[in-house]
Design a binder for this molecule. Structure first.
Ligand code: C2E
Ligand code: MG
Ligand code: MG
Length: 263
C-alpha cells in the first residue's frame, strides 16, 4: 500500500517532539452563509515522510488509551494557541470543534484540563465543541459517559461525528448529552445521485431537529449539494465547496473572499 508505515513508538516521539499541528476547516450557516466556526483537524509533520493525514496514524493512536489522551491534550493546547494568534472571534463567538477519540477519554480530570486551557486563553465554553464517535473498545464506558456528561454540564458542547456509519449510531443518540449531529460525508457526497443516501441524509436532518439538535452536513463539494441541504433546512455546512482545511493564518483571506451562493 502507499500508506506510510508508522509505529506506535513513532507517534509517541512525535508528541514529544511537537510534530503535530492543526488545520482548520470553516463551518458556515446554510441559511445565510455566516461563518459559524471551524473544525480543528490534526496533521503530523513527519521528519522523513512529510505531512501525514489522520488516516496514516489515527488507528495507531486509537489502539492505546494513553497515547490517545496525550494527543487530545496536545490538540487542545494547540488549538487554543492558534485561536489566540489568529483572532476572528474563534472560541469567543465562533465555535471550535475538536475531535476526541473516546478511547482517550479515560481520565476523570480531563474536564479540568480543558477548563484550565479555556480560562487561560479566555475562550467561551459553549464555543468549544467536542466531536465524538463511538468506539467499541472504550475501556470503561461509564468513565467515558461521566467525562462527556461533566464536559456538557460545564458548558462545553458535544457533537456526534460520522452519524450513521457504524462509528456513530442511533444508540449514541440515547446515551450522549448531545448538541449537534454531523451527517457523514458519504451520505452528503452521494446524496444527489444515490436515492438511498439522499433519504438517509434527509431523515437525519429531520431526526436531529426532532431531537432539538443542530444538524451539520460535512462533505459539501458543490453548489448543488449546498442548495439541496439548505432547502432541507440543515443548519450548517462544511466541505470543499466552502473551504478546504487550512492553516489558521489563512482563515482571514478565506473569510474576505467567501460568498454565499446566490441561487
Ligand atoms: P472527520 O472528523 O469526519 O473530519 C472530516 C474529514 O473530511 C477531514 O479529513 C476533512 O479534511 C475531510 N473533508 C472535509 N470536507 C470534505 C469534502 O468536501 N470532501 C471530502 N471528500 N472530504 C472532506 P481528515 O482531516 O483527513 O481527517 C480524517 C479524520 O481523522 C477525521 O474525520 C477525524 O475522525 C480524525 N481526526 C482529525 N483530527 C483529529 C484529532 O485531532 N483527533 C482525533 N482523535 N481524530 C482526528
Ligand atoms: Mg470530525
Ligand atoms: Mg466526520
Amino acid at each position: 500500500s502507499s500508506r506510510p508505515k508508522v509505529t506506535e513508538n513513532d507517534v509517541w516521539q512525535a508528541i514529544y517532539r511537537d510534530e503535530f499541528f492543526l488545520d482548520y476547516q470553516p463551518q458556515v450557516s446554510l441559511r445565510d452563509g455566516a461563518w459559524e466556526g471551524v473544525e480543528a483537524l490534526v496533521r503530523w509533520r513527519h521528519p522523513k515522510l512529510g505531512v501525514l493525514f489522520p488516516s496514516a496514524f489515527i488507528d495507531i493512536v486509537e489502539r492505546n488509551g494513553n497515547l490517545a489522551s496525550d494527543l487530545i491534550a496536545q490538540v487542545i493546547k494547540k488549538s487554543a494557541e492558534d485561536i489566540q494568534k489568529c483572532g476572528h472571534g474563534l472560541g469567543r463567538y465562533r465555535t471550535v470543534s475538536i475531535n476526541v477519540s473516546p478511547i482517550g477519554l479515560t481520565d476523570l480530570s480531563f474536564p479540568e484540563l480543558v477548563d484550565s486551557v479555556v480560562s487561560q486563553y479566555n475562550l467561551e465554553k459553549r464555543r468549544i465543541r467536542f466531536e465524538v464517535t463511538e468506539t467499541s473498545i472504550a475501556e470503561d464506558p461509564t468513565v467515558l459517559m461521566d467525562i462527556l456528561t461533566r464536559l456538557r454540564l460545564k458548558g462545553y458542547t458535544l457533537s456526534i461525528d460520522d452519524f450513521g456509519t457504524g462509528h456513530a449510531t442511533f444508540e449514541n443518540l440515547r446515551e450522549l448529552p448531545l448538541d449537534e449531529i454531523k451527517i457523514d460525508t458519504n451520505f452528503v457526497r452521494a446524496g444527489l445521485r444515490d436515492p438511498v443516501a439522499k433519504i438517509i441524509a434527509e431523515r437525519t436532518v429531520a431526526l436531529g431537529h426532532d431531537l432539538h439538535l443542530v444538524v451539520i452536513a460535512e462533505g459539501i463539494e458543490d453548489v448543488d449539494s449546498w442548495c439541496w441541504l439548505r432547502d432541507l433546512h440543515c443548519d450548517y455546512g462544511q466541505g470543499y465547496y466552502i473551504a478546504r482545511p487550512m492553516p489558521p493564518k489563512m482563515l482571514a483571506a478565506w473569510a474576505r473572499k467567501w460568498r454565499t451562493p446566490s441561487i
